[in-house]
Design a protein around this ligand. Structure first.
Ligand code: NAP
Ligand code: 8YV
Length: 310
């Protein structure tokens, strides 16, 4: 974001690796002096980059999900990693509910019907097989955003259950130790878990089959959490009813099987993408850098690189 770039260049000497003609050459020239990296989106920092910067102290990531940053390599080197939690929670939960409604009630297909002149030419759009009413919502990743989605879903009259690695205290919703167990108990699965090796392809053919033929899958977490090939098969064979996806395995490329399917609603990773929310995320990213270099502490370190150091 220009706003972020302006704030950074007003305070720091900034080298833009992404826009360099020869990134390797630039890196070689500046490596001994680099004290922090600002990363965004899928452009993170891998072990090779981290290990090539001997003076590195901080990696400030734009986004609450920090799967593109190798936090294990950072922790090993004593480098602190920060992300941008909380400031996007409500926005992402709003979008998740919108995507759920679009998927269950086929709202984008209905709009396409109107815009194509089919309402006047052929009559009303079809009655949707599914309704939001009476649906049972399972949330995979019951953290900040998962809880904000639960608050909204409760107001819509949905029942709620969840799966995490451990139960959340002070919450009365049923907890499921396994994702498959959760999927079998609900008909609507909302994925809002982080990416990375621990969650890779956790939503697989078994989980989709447990969700059942009335099942709706919504993913606002990370594309890598869902086995997209298995999802395409489940949609094709109608072992689930539909899917609403904001995130994909190989962004910005989308599996052609998903594109051709009528029962999918596909958004280009926009859950936090409003100007106010993205600006708040950018400010938190820059404030982490300011706090590190002015007050010697990060504002929002990730759990893998805690502060104060343990
Ligand atoms: P959070 O508060 O850290 O919540 C993540 C939840 O996932 C935690 O409750 C955690 O519980 C659970 N979890 C983590 N690893 C797990 C595993 N291996 N198996 C089962 N559960 C696991 O994070 P948040 O702020 O809610 O954000 C969640 C994610 O949403 C982000 O990491 C990001 O990938 C995604 N996101 C996407 C967008 C978008 O634009 N689509 C925007 C914002 C965020 P336990 O530790 O108990 O397992
Ligand atoms: C951003 C996200 O769209 O915060 C996250 O984890 O996925 C989104 O809010 C993404 O980080 C873009 O930079």
């Amino acid at each position: 974001m220009a706003h972020v770039a302006d704030r950074l260049s007003a305070a720091f000497v900034v080298h833009n690796l992404g826009q360099a003609d020869d990134p390797a050459e630039l890196l070689k020239a500046i490596a001994p002096k680099v004290r922090a990296i600002a990363t965004a989106g899928s452009a993170g920092a891998d072990a090779a980059l981290i290990d090539s910067l001997p003076a590195l102290e901080l990696i400030a990531h734009f986004g609450v999900g920090y799967d593109p940053v190798d936090v294990v390599a950072a922790a090993r080197r004593g480098v602190v990693v920060t992300n941008t939690p909380n400031v996007l929670t409500e926005e992402v939960a709003d979008t998740a509910m919108g995507l759920l409604l679009m998927t269950v009630r086929e709202l984008s297909a209905a709009e396409r019907w109107l815009r194509a002149g089919r309402w006047s030419a052929e009559g009303a759009y079809r009655l949707t097989p599914a309704s939001l009413q009476g649906r049972r919502l399972g949330i995979f990743g019951f953290g900040r955003i998962g809880k904000a989605i639960a608050r909204r879903a409760e107001a819509f009259g949905m029942t709620i259950a969840y799966h995490n690695r451990r139960p959340v205290e002070d919450v009365s919703y049923p907890y499921f130790e396994t994702l498959e167990g959760l999927a079998a108990a609900v008909d609507t699965l909302m994925v809002v878990a982080p990416g990375g090796p621990a969650t890779f392809h956790k939503v697989d053919a078994k989980v989709l089959s447990a969700l059942g033929e009335n099942g709706i899958l919504v993913n606002v977490g990370r594309g890598s959490v869902v086995d997209e090939a298995a999802l395409v098969t489940a949609l094709r064979e109608r072992t689930i009813l539909g899917a609403g996806l904001d995130v994909f395995e190989d962004e910005p490329r989308v599996h052609p099987g998903l594109l051709e399917m009528e029962g999918t609603v596909l958004l280009p990773h926009v859950a936090s993408a409003s100007i106010p929310t993205r600006r708040a995320m950018g400010d938190l990213q820059v404030d982490n850098l300011f706090s590190w270099f002015r007050q010697s502490r990060p504002l929002t370190p990730v759990p893998e690189t805690p502060w104060p150091r343990t």
